[in-house]
Design a protein around this ligand. Structure first.
Ligand SMILES: [Zn+2]
Length: 314
């Protein structure tokens, strides 16, 4: 994962004082809560999670309608609109405005899905669901968190006042491999647990200019500060899930890949090049391969750091 230097610094500040867990006492609950608050506050500010961005067409019926830092995606179909992710709790009105700017009506959203039930992707679901009456489909293991505003999250649950978000009712329970259909669009939900238990990688095929493109929204591999991969008390088997997810993501072969955090797939470079190159600027299979490899490496580095492996990346 290529982080902006500024977020790298944030993570460094949080991670640096913590020596390998195996050799020290576990941090106190209060310390973790403080670290979590610092992390989300700094990440939100540094990576501009809550600043509006220009919407843009990516390919065919697929559009970016997110904030500066958060990836939110709209797909138009003959039967209404599909929304993938919603940004922070404050992002709802910005996303609605971006959809209108593109000439569509947010009231026409029929289906809402998200990569996982955290405040920075599911935060605006309640607002946009209320606005549109659209139906929310979600992977089974993230439903409790979605419906109680983050209180059931394995890591942030006890800090839900810091990391929580407006709860929303889930209308459809998804299991690995389920499809969500609207009009001529079919989205497939792949269970990619790790970052959350119900983390979901979405895939679809869209057509632009008579040509079909496989689109993937990889998710599930991000290790947040304090995740305790070597043994999280609330998520036994977390490391196994991360490894299985990495193996699964490595098998996917997208033409276009999009992420819920914009700095991870060079959205700025791609949207600039798209002005002259069109859809070709978004086609980046090699970038996907590098991204997943970097995420797997970041996971293994963190495991080694936690386990106190000699020479581990600090
Ligand atoms: Zn998250």
């Amino acid at each position: 994962m290529k982080l902006l230097p500024s977020l790298g610094l944030v993570l460094l500040l949080l991670a640096a004082p913590a020596p390998p867990r195996a050799q020290t006492q576990a941090p106190t609950r209060d310390q973790l809560a403080k670290d979590n608050k610092l992390f989300i506050t700094l990440a939100s500010k540094t990576l501009k999670w809550e600043e509006p961005a220009e919407p843009v067409r990516i390919a065919g019926p697929l559009y970016f309608v997110g904030t500066q830092g958060l990836g939110v995606y709209l797909i138009t179909t003959s039967d209404g609109l599909v929304l993938i992710n919603t940004g922070m709790p404050s992002s709802g009105p910005m996303i609605a405005a971006s959809i209108r700017k593109l000439g569509f009506k947010p009231e026409d959203i029929k289906v809402l899905v998200t990569s996982h039930a955290h405040a920075d992707h599911a935060g605006g679901i309640a607002y946009l669901k209320d606005l549109s009456g659209g139906k929310l489909a979600m992977m089974e293991a993230d439903i409790a968190s979605m419906e109680d505003g983050g209180k059931s999250d394995f890591h942030y649950g006890t800090d839900w006042k810091v990391m929580g978000f407006p709860a929303a009712k889930v209308d459809r329970v998804l299991r690995d491999g389920d499809t969500v259909k609207l009009g001529d669009i079919v989205l497939t939900a792949l269970a990619t647990p790790g970052h959350t238990r119900g983390d979901t990688t979405w895939t679809t095929t869209i057509v632009d200019g008579g040509k079909a493109y496989v689109v993937v929204w990889p998710d599930g591999m991000s290790v947040n500060p304090g995740y305790a991969l070597a043994g999280h008390p609330s998520y036994p088997g977390i490391a196994d899930d991360f490894r299985r997810t990495a193996a699964r993501l490595e098998l996917l072969k997208p033409d276009i890949w999009l992420v819920s955090h914009t700095e991870r797939f060079d959205i700025e470079g791609k949207r600039t090049r798209a002005k002259t190159q069109g859809v070709a600027a978004w086609v980046d299979p090699e970038g996907y391969r590098r991204y997943i490899a970097a995420q797997r490496q970041a996971f293994e580095d963190e495991m080694n750091r936690e386990l106190g492996v000699e020479g581990a990346v600090k």
